[in-house]
Design a protein around this ligand. Structure first.
Ligand SMILES: Cc1ncc(COP(=O)(O)O)c(C=O)c1O
Length: 381
């Protein structure tokens, strides 16, 4: 964390625009604005010019990606309300749970992560060891009901617990990406990029998508938001993104009634959700996702991964291929939500034997690494 003092650090763009929002608890975690530049290699490869990337991978020097934007408000709330135990949930490879653990450790809070199975990859092992490194309490259960019971029990026995929903996607975490859209508007006004016609982002628990949706509406941008889903309908859906955007909007209006009235219809029209690139199981590798990860590494030296951002980029590539004739001079923005900060030195010091016994199976060969690659048959539609 860089500082906790709103006076020392420039306020989030949205608070500058709407001063009533300065009463919302917030701590500074991101290096704003995150850079924006063209993806020159991809432009050449596709012979399509006007592809930009928003580098949220650089949002925080220790752990970037989309999480720090949400935690500025989530942990701001937790600290203001004197919470001590920060509970959250996700798959065993959840980036959100790692980020929760890291920021909690920096702030002297206890991170408690409730984890469920997902296909085993090296990334999963990496994240489990990082949670160990950041002193998280890890609770692993096979079923959702088991997790829910464990969470309830923990909250009963530890007052001052604060439960952050999966992916940090509640009305408070969503503010981070409303602010992200205002940050983008600022960069457009400075001439760093043209106003995007389309913003491609990953929809996992829907908070990023909901925040950008609401933020672009409030900032008066024309951009259409294309959310590419990477998890089941329960977490990633059009309905969930719209509901979250509306809840966040109502929350913001409670603090500043000068925020303009918006219609549900305009949110609906601005949003497109594409479920074709998911692959059916959270965390599964898809052929198109893997292709996109390898391609962008080779031609633009960008680090993505196969659970989230590779899938989104593959959808954007298909979109360009399909609509190239009608996309005259249009600008596409890929919002990179993945933290590319290399944490491998930290996990080298970690021994999996120090994890709970029931997690050893992910390291000792009892559970094989998933080699499955799902073929995505559809083009963009
Ligand atoms: C790298 C990355 N991108 C995108 C997402 C999805 O964001 P959201 O949960 O806000 O939909 C996640 C969520 O964990 C993530 O780790």
């Amino acid at each position: 964390m860089k500082n906790e003092n709103k006076q020392e650090k420039e306020l989030p763009y949205i608070m500058q625009q709407y001063p009533g929002l300065q009463k919302i608890p917030w701590i500074s975690l991101i290096d704003a604005p995150t850079p924006v530049h063209r993806l020159n290699g991809l432009e050449k490869k596709l012979d399509f010019y006007g592809i930009y990337i928003k580098r949220d991978d650089k949002s925080n020097p220790e752990y970037g990606g989309n999480k720090p934007r949400k935690f500025e408000f989530l942990l701001g709330y937790a600290l203001k309300n004197k919470k001590k135990h920060i509970l959250t949930m996700g798959g065993i490879g959840s980036n959100h749970c790692v980020a929760n653990s890291m920021f909690c450790k920096q702030l002297g809070l206890k991170s408690v992560v409730f984890l469920q199975n997902q296909p085993l990859t090296e990334h999963v092992r990496h994240n489990l060891l990082l949670e160990l490194y950041y002193d998280a309490k890890i609770i692993h259960k096979k079923t959702q009901i088991g997790l829910a019971m464990a969470m309830i029990w923990y909250m009963i026995t530890h007052w001052r617990s604060y439960l952050i929903w999966a992916g940090g996607s509640n009305k408070i975490g969503t503010i981070g990406f409303v602010n992200g859209a205002f940050e983008l508007k600022h960069q457009i006004d400075e001439g760093i990029l043209p106003e995007p016609d389309y913003i491609f982002t990953t929809t996992g628990s829907s908070g990023t998508t909901a925040g950008l949706l609401l933020g672009c509406e409030l900032a008066g941008l024309k951009s259409k938001i294309i959310g590419v889903t990477v998890s089941s309908k329960q977490f990633a859906s059009r309905k969930r993104a719209i509901v979250l955007a509306k809840k966040c909007y109502q929350y913001l209006r409670e603090y500043d009634s000068t925020i303009p009235i918006i219609s549900e219809n305009s949110l609906e029209q601005r949003l497109e959700i594409n479920t074709n690139y998911f692959g059916g199981t959270y965390g599964i590798v898809t052929d198109k996702g893997k292709y996109a990860v390898d391609l962008i590494k080779e031609i633009d030296n960008m680090e993505l991964e196969t659970t989230y951002t590779g899938k989104t980029l593959s959808a954007m590539i298909d979109f360009i291929k399909k609509y190239r004739e009608t996309l005259h001079n249009e600008t596409l923005l890929f919002w990179n939500t993945y933290s590319s900060v290399d944490q491998s030195e930290k996990i080298k010091k970690m021994d999996f034997h120090n994890l709970n016994h029931n997690l050893h199976m992910y390291f000792n060969g009892s559970v094989p690494l998933s080699k499955k690659v799902v073929k995505i048959e559809k083009m963009y539609d």
